[in-house]
Write a protein that binds this ligand. Structure first.
Ligand SMILES: *Cc1c(COP(=O)(O)O)cnc(C)c1O
Length: 374
């Protein structure tokens, strides 16, 4: 891949493998890993991530929509691919043709999909047990089972599983822990009741990264692992039982170094004014690369192992940094996310500076930034 050393991201695939192995050690062999590779593998690059995952024996993949599913299918001719969200029912043919498993978001949706399908569409039925997003929503287990049975009886749907999604599995608050337990209890009850009533489904899954880390339950046949596989934490403030390491780093270079004297302004809007002589470096990265403008005068970067502050507004393609205490020159590397010397800035830490989560930071690193695979 072309890399003109402006702004780039490195993706360390052996760390990805290590993270998967760490997660595997924590779960029982009865739980398969379903690698969540939506949004271009959380910004890491779907193709290379999938090749690695396939090479280490991962067989289940989850994506957000049909386009992503087809793209994954073109890379992985075998594995099971589950679409976690909505696909318009008129695309039933594409689901069949590419052997994709569709999430059933409601009973009405199941009936529409059934009408549009000429041969059985593989599907997993989603239950809304407390997330409030998609899925069958029932307060009584028996009513929920009735609905699942009606869906399972539709001739052109092949129901292979049941799943739900936790909303607060990343919290250590007692009420939230109780809430998560209720979500798990509900789906387990539905699954076991269905079995007693004669419908045995191959899969029941309710674990995301946080669920797997903090509420592991071997009854979940799959663990839908996203963020921890990429080495970030579901909740930055809460350590995981198994330590994972960030897979991606984000770098740029210094293009220009100058001294600003008292009264000089830096960047758009003149929001930064030097009150004493400061050494200012310009870096070759900006918000069009996915480094949020909300980090203006707030973000920090590493240069030669030292923390430096961003000064003034972040521009589309460039930003300025106070390097008064660092010996720098044009061409030196600026680490936005990653390790430099003894210090490290994680996507999670960067996210905490402007009120978001590591997920949004890594997904947001733009297409313009080449991914370099290690
Ligand atoms: C995105 C997603 C996941 C993965 O979540 P992580 O917190 O990244 O592990 C799992 N399940 C569903 C339904 C999702 O939408």
């Amino acid at each position: 891949m072309k890399n003109h050393k402006r702004a780039w991201a490195t993706v360390n695939l052996s760390k990805l493998e290590k993270n998967i192995n760490t997660i595997k050690q924590q779960i029982s062999p009865s739980t398969g890993i379903m690698a969540v590779v939506k949004a271009d593998a959380y910004g890491h690059g779907e193709k290379e991530v999938l090749r690695k995952l396939e090479s280490i024996g991962i067989k289940y993949f989850a994506v957000s929509n049909l386009d992503e599913a087809i793209s994954v299918r073109n890379i992985c001719p075998d594995g099971d691919i589950l679409i976690l969200g909505y696909t318009p029912p008129e695309y039933a043919d594409e689901l069949i043709q590419h052997n994709i498993i569709q999430c059933i978001v409601s009973e009405e949706y199941a009936s529409e999909l059934n009408k549009n399908a000429v041969s059985p569409v593989r599907c997993h039925i989603k239950l809304d047990t407390g997330m409030g997003r998609i899925g069958l929503k029932y307060s009584k287990v028996s009513d929920c089972c009735d609905s699942v049975e009606r869906i399972a009886a539709l001739p052109t749907l092949s129901v292979e599983g049941l799943f739900t999604h936790f909303s607060v599995a990343d919290s250590d608050d007692a009420e939230n822990i109780e809430y998560t337990k209720k979500q798990a209890d509900f789906i387990k009850s539905v699954y076991h009741t269905l079995e007693k009533r004669g419908t045995k489904l191959l899969h029941m899954h309710f674990l995301n990264s946080a669920g797997t880390g903090y509420h592991y339950d071997s009854e979940s046949t799959l663990a839908r692992i996203g963020i921890t596989m990429y080495g970030l934490y579901p909740n930055y403030a809460l350590p995981l039982p198994c330590a994972v390491e960030p897979v991606m780093e984000f770098k740029a270079v210094i293009s220009n170094v100058k001294t600003a004297v008292k009264g000089d302004f830096i960047s758009y809007g003149r929001t930064y004014e030097a009150t004493e002589p400061v050494k200012i470096a310009t870096a070759t990265v900006g918000y069009a690369d996915g480094y949020s403008r909300l980090l203006s005068s707030k973000g920090q970067v590493l240069i030669k192992g030292k923390r430096c502050r961003i000064v003034g507004r972040i521009c589309m393609d460039q930003m300025m940094i106070d390097v008064t205490d660092v010996d720098v020159k044009a061409g030196d590397i600026v680490t936005l996310i990653g390790k430099d010397g003894d210090d490290v800035i994680t996507a999670d830490e960067l996210a905490s500076w402007y009120g978001t989560i590591g997920y949004e930071v890594v997904c947001g690193i733009s297409k313009r930034v080449p991914r370099i695979y290690i």
